[in-house]
Write a protein that binds this ligand. Structure first.
Ligand SMILES: Cc1ncc(COP(=O)(O)O)c(C=O)c1O
Length: 380
């Protein structure tokens, strides 16, 4: 089988204006951050998310680190984190010295289960970090209720969910702070990149200082102060104009990207239910009150052994279908830096049975058909 026959898992989208935008930056004298493409991409993100404020960052991880700084997390604080999540979701909080307290997920969506969160809240809990797995919103009603009752901040790690919504509200703008990823595995990318979404004016004022090495350079650039100086702790979280130029070109084609991804997602969702029912396989599902982003299409096998067999079966047919997220609570750093008051059994089960199918905007119909044929030829 030649490499062109392989159906790879993910291919970064190429937007038409990327090279022209890069040329504009390279031939200007301005390739550091906060130039014209940062401004243009930020405006587009605000339009997509309806966020009052957005700041481009170097990654979603950086935006999560900024969240930890903005919430003033410290060693006395606990932050509730889903066991089934990416490492950054936890490590950005652990970096502030806070203890990560792991909570279990709802297997219907792979997202944080509010009942599990309620069971691990203590007087030291300061925040909850939620991910919207695959771009499907978590149960925000339950989480907002717990956060309201205990005075907790909610950070939405919305790495997967640009443009998604929960009950009509855009993901990343429902909690206190929201983060986005533009890593090249994401729907919209610039190689490595991210953003922080904010609704609160006071947090925004501090965020732009934290992002610019602790200085008020952003205010200086707006002409609000005549020089900039060290104001607060911070770091260098702003991306260069080169990244922003690519991101801006991608955001120009956001609707095309999303339509391409939904085409693939819908094709899997239409073709697999009969096979899934016969084989006790659970397919990715989207609750009626949520609009998803077609970031992933996953399915879950009855056992880990059969999941591994399915991955091997697909690999032998030239199809790359990986699993992911080793549960954070049982990982070496999770054991050292976190607490797991209630065993996260559903996260462990989800992690050991999930498989993700190839999904990118230009995946050809013939390739989708090959994936469907290979999957449905497998007897679980
Ligand atoms: C849920 C989640 N959060 C955060 C990240 C980190 O994103 P970045 O690579 O932009 O830091 C990822 C990356 O895949 C992710 O899946």
């Amino acid at each position: 089988m030649s490499s062109t026959d392989r159906v790879i898992f993910s291919r970064p989208y190429r937007a038409r204006r990327e090279l022209a935008n890069l040329e504009t930056v390279l031939s200007s004298d301005h390739s550091h951050g906060d130039g014209q493409f940062t401004a243009a991409a930020t405006a587009k993100l605000k339009a997509i998310t309806a966020a009052p404020h957005a700041l481009l960052t170097t990654s979603c991880t950086s935006a999560l680190e900024m969240s930890g700084l903005l919430l003033e997390l410290g060693p006395d604080d606990e932050v509730i984190v889903p066991s089934f999540a990416f490492t950054s979701t936890a490590t950005a909080m652990a970096l502030r010295g806070a203890t990560c307290v792991f909570a279990d997920i709802d297997p219907a969506t792979g997202n944080l289960d509010p009942a599990s969160v309620a069971a691990v809240v203590t007087p030291r809990t300061k925040a909850v970090v939620v991910i919207h797995y695959g771009g499907v919103a978590a149960d925000m009603a339950g989480l907002l209720e717990i956060a309201g009752a205990h005075g907790l901040a909610i950070v939405e790690d919305n790495a997967h969910g640009l443009g998604g919504s929960w009950q009509g509200r855009k993901l990343g703008t429902i909690g206190t702070l929201g983060t986005l990823s533009f890593h090249d595995t994401k729907n919209v990318h610039c190689g490595e990149g991210g953003a922080l979404l904010l609704t609160d004016e006071i947090l925004m004022a501090r965020a732009e200082i934290i992002r610019e090495k602790g200085t008020d350079r952003a205010r200086f650039l707006r002409g609000a102060v005549d020089k900039y100086s060290w104001q607060d702790i911070g770091s260098s979280y702003l991306p260069s104009e080169l990244n922003a130029a690519v991101l801006d070109a991608q955001l120009d084609e956001f609707e095309t990207i999303q339509a391409g991804r939904h085409r693939v997602w819908d094709a899997y969702a239409a073709a697999l239910p009969e096979w899934a029912a016969r084989n006790e396989v659970r397919l990715m599902a989207v609750p009626a009150d949520r609009e998803h982003t077609a970031h992933l299409y996953y399915l879950r096998t009855p056992t880990e052994a059969r999941r591994d067999d399915l991955i091997t079966h697909l690999r032998e047919r030239g199809i790359v279908a990986p699993f992911h997220y080793v549960p954070l609570d049982s990982s070496p750093a999770g054991l050292k830096l976190g607490r797991t008051p209630v065993p996260c059994v559903r996260s462990a089960e989800f992690s050991s049975t999930v498989v993700r199918l190839p999904l990118w905007p230009d995946l050809a119909d013939a390739q989708i058909a090959r994936v469907v044929e290979a999957v449905t030829a497998f007897r679980v």
